[in-house]
Write a protein that binds this ligand. Structure first.
Ligand code: AP5
Length: 217
């Protein structure tokens, strides 16, 4: 099973990714999590990505494509994977096609911008695992700490309202065109193109999970 999760920042991709990876036994490949780990470790990639991410802009296609190709060559991806936050531009999607990396499903989670601004201000994350919480909608069992490890939760530095609005603008300009890209692909090559589904990401996380599972058939 090879799946792409598409959606604006804060649409709930990471939240639903946790359910999908568990159900299908595939790894989550979050380019955002990989970049944040590189920033934290101070690697050359992290040094290049740090300021770009802090401003809510996109890291260069070449860097991201190389990072993803290296990751999917690892043994845990043999039976499939879930892309969360990749591809994010037409050149990234085209690179997958050019490399003959077949995808089964593209699933869009749609949420409007004002709801997203509200959601991201309350988000807290466990850095080690990428587990995601919300102070009101999905609080941890004990305040401020991860349910599994008991380690402290943090607020992402790009979750301020100003940066969130920049990220939304970048999403509409550079990532939303992928909706048309994959729809056209499905019309042109219905046999080989990924199946395209759109799920409204408003409601409880469990309700959305059921819609996601039924779209993935
Ligand atoms: P990335 O980490 O990918 O961030 P993003 O796409 O902006 O998405 P988020 O992780 O912010 O949101 P999400 O949809 O996963 O929502 P979540 O489930 O957490 O990218 C960060 C940066 O890295 C980019 O800006 C860019 O610089 C760089 N980058 C990454 N990939 C790149 C690429 N391919 N190319 C170039 N640059 C790249 O949910 C959000 C909150 O809402 C949580 O608190 C959650 O608990 C809550 N929530 C979830 N579902 C619900 C619900 N149904 N109701 C109420 N609350 C909910």
């Amino acid at each position: 099973m090879r799946i792409i999760l598409l959606g604006a920042p804060g649409a709930g991709k990471g939240t639903q990714a946790q359910f999908i990876t568990e159900k299908f036994g595939i790894p989550q490949i979050s380019t955002g999590d990989m970049l944040r780990a590189a920033v934290k470790a101070g690697t050359p990639l992290g040094l290049q990505a740090k300021d770009i991410m802090a401003a809510g802009k996109l890291v260069s296609d070449d860097l991201i494509i190389a990072l993803v190709k290296e990751r999917i060559a690892e043994s845990d991806c043999a039976n499939g994977f879930l892309f969360d936050g990749f591809p994010r531009t037409i050149p990234q999607a085209q690179a997958l096609l050019d490399a003959d990396i077949a995808i089964d499903h593209v699933l869009e989670i749609a949420v409007d911008d004002e709801e997203i601004v509200k959601r991201l201000s309350g988000r807290r994350v466990h850095e080690g695992s990428g587990r995601v919480y919300h102070m009101i909608y999905n609080p941890p069992k004990a305040e401020g700490v991860d349910d599994v490890t008991g380690e402290p939760l943090v607020q992402r530095s790009d979750d301020t309202e100003e940066t969130v609005r920049n990220r939304l603008a970048v999403y509409h300009e550079q990532t939303e065109p992928l909706v048309g890209f994959y729809r056209e692909l499905a019309e042109r090559s219905p046999e080989t193109a990924p199946k395209y589904n759109k799920v409204l990401g408003i409601g409880s996380m469990d309700e959305i999970r059921e819609k996601v599972f039924s779209a993935l058939g």
